[in-house]
Design a protein around this ligand. Sequence first.
Ligand code: HEM
Length: 188
Amino acid sequence: MYGLVNQGVKDLVLNKFGEETWQSICDEAGLKSDRFLRMKSYPDDVTYSLVGAASKVLELSPEDILIAFGRHWVLFTAQGGYGDLFDMAGDNLFDFLHQLDELHTRVKLNFPELRTPSFRCTDVKASSLRLEYHSHRDGLSALVVGLLHGLSDRFQTPLDVTHEVKREDTGTHDIFFVSLTEPPGGAK
Ligand code: HEM
């Protein structure tokens, strides 16, 4: 994945746990250098090893690491020069979720080797929808859960996420049931 992603993991660990923990994670992952060029595409193994090493060093499950990273990614990218892309993709959570593929299409203009995920909203109601997640990669469904929580923070829209259908079962995609825990518009 692009160095931007590895840089995001680094940013999360440095902010939450500090330099020493980050160095332990790099050692555990067997990284020769912890400097990532944001615009360079690295083998996916680098990212997966970082997540595995963080899980070991921090004694958290890989899923918990991915959830924390997903949540952090929203802040990291919005504050790291990609805020306009967020602004363009909608001013409420559900509109934004409909625009995820367009957002990554725009990202691809600057990151030509991007292997984009794809998302589809179905069963859309005022307070809930189902989000399909299609990916070239395995093992990242917990990342999507974290991303949804990060977007929930961004749009100040509390939500519940249930991982309803797993890719192991469909062979192609995951499905998340996303429901708002407060009525849209804040009305009680
Ligand atoms: C402006 C904000 C964003 C930027 C700049 C961005 C950029 C990227 C980049 C560089 C990758 C790595 C893919 C690769 O290197 O091939 C990626 C992957 C991914 N992005 Fe985004 N992204 C953004 C927002 C989001 C949001 C809000 C979501 C919410 C669902 C999301 C979901 C994902 C997922 C799930 C992946 C994993 C890749 C996979 O499944 O193959 N991204 N994104």
